[in-house]
Design a protein around this ligand. Structure first.
Ligand code: FES
Length: 101
């Protein structure tokens, strides 16, 4: 479904829920997760419905993830960094839990 417009370098490693994923410098976290075939990046607070990035331009907020311990980060607007720690969000509870720290 997704194909890169430039050759991928896979030169860095991002961890999703502690599992390593190869990533390329300059790509967004959302692009990295979609390319890796992740089935969802968050569950909605009310119904628990799974969500994946949709707009890829910062408008829909379906791409929210926890990045390096900070919840509600827009994956489509965040560029990957080597050894970045990404966690899928499970509703608002996790986001609220981390925002209180
Ligand atoms: S994919 Fe829509 S805001 Fe990130």
């Amino acid at each position: 479904m997704f194909s890169p417009i430039a050759p991928l370098t896979h030169s860095i490693t991002v961890y999703l829920d502690d599992q390593p994923i190869s990533a390329s410098k300059g790509e967004s976290v959302a692009a990295c997760l979609l390319r890796a075939g992740v089935p969802f990046n968050r569950l909605t607070p009310v119904s628990g419905a799974p969500r994946l990035p949709y707009c890829m331009i910062g408008q829909c907020f379906d791409c929210l993830v926890e990045i390096d311990g900070i919840g509600n980060q827009q994956a489509c607007l965040t560029i990957v960094r080597d050894r970045m720690r990404v966690r899928r969000q499970n509703g608002a509870a996790i986001a609220l839990e981390h925002s209180a720290q």
